[in-house]
Design a protein around this ligand. Structure first.
Ligand SMILES: Nc1ncnc2c1ncn2[C@@H]1O[C@H](COP(=O)(O)OP(=O)(O)O)[C@@H](O)[C@H]1O
Ligand SMILES: [Mg+2]
Length: 233
């Protein structure tokens, strides 16, 4: 479980997260939605210790991210909105191996894990390709492969559909759903697009750094969406 307890965060003077209390249980597909600037990315970055609270706590399976960034980060993968910045090596299979090499695994196991991960995502054909020559949709899959290879329990996707065309949007959403259903990975999907909610069980709406709604997707209504500034999309 990932838990935020009375989480406050500020970059400068002003708090941008203001007393967030949420629990994300294993196995579920949670969407975090909110208008631009509502604090979604800031909150999501707390889940894998890219940021740590100014006040309050974030616990990942009971590990306080402020006390143990390393162990909490291992459990939570993060696919960035600008996933291109996440690609480090120029050859796909080398890029996917990058995180594993830092764990000092043997070459054989790394090779096998990379193969299995590319296979799982149906991008084995890209293994020897140059990352810089790939389409955006393919680059995103490679970024995801790098995350998935590390075998996280949770994966955060920050606005995964924003940069993509309709076909690639559908593709990534299908892949995310499969990771949840087939691979039992807990999904946290950050978005400001209502269409992206289709596979989510639960929706958390942020407004100005606070939780405006936290509950079942089917209980959402127009009044709440209007209040969150989300209906004009
Ligand atoms: N690195 C930063 N330094 C200062 N302020 C930031 C930084 N990143 C985000 N902010 C501010 O924090 C608030 C929340 O931003 P963010 O979490 O990116 O929202 P969202 O992802 O919902 O668009 C915004 O007011 C934004 O301007
Ligand atoms: Mg954001």
């Amino acid at each position: 479980m990932i838990e935020a307890k009375n989480l406050y965060f500020k970059y400068d003077e002003e708090f941008v997260l203001k007393g967030i209390n949420i629990k994300i249980k294993e196995g579920c597909f949670t969407a975090i939605i909110g208008a631009n600037g509502s604090g979604k990315t800031t909150l999501a970055k707390h889940f894998n210790s890219l940021l740590t609270p100014t006040k309050g706590n974030v616990l990942v399976d009971g590990i306080d991210t402020r006390k143990d960034e390393f162990d909490s980060r291992k459990k939570v993968g993060f696919v960035f909105q600008n996933f291109e910045d996440q690609l480090i090596h120029s050859i796909v299979e080398e890029d996917v191996a990058f995180g594993l090499e830092n764990l000092e695994w043997s070459n054989n196991i790394i090779k096998k894990t990379v193969e299995q991960t590319l296979d799982k995502l149906k991008i084995k054909n890209l293994a020897k390709r140059n990352v810089n020559m790939l389409s955006l949709g393919q680059k995103q899959m490679v970024a995801l492969a790098g995350v998935l290879a590390m075998n996280p329990m949770y994966i955060v996707f920050d606005e995964p559909t924003t940069m993509l065309d309709a076909k690639n949007k559908n593709n990534i959403m299908g892949v995310i759903r499969d990771l949840n259903i087939k691979n039992k990975i807990t999904i946290i999907l950050v978005t400001n697009v209502l269409d992206d909610l289709k596979y989510a069980d639960r929706v958390i709406i942020l407004k100005d750094g606070s939780v405006l709604y936290d509950g079942k997707k089917y209980k959402l209504n127009k009044r709440i969406m209007d209040k969150a500034g989300l209906n004009d999309k």
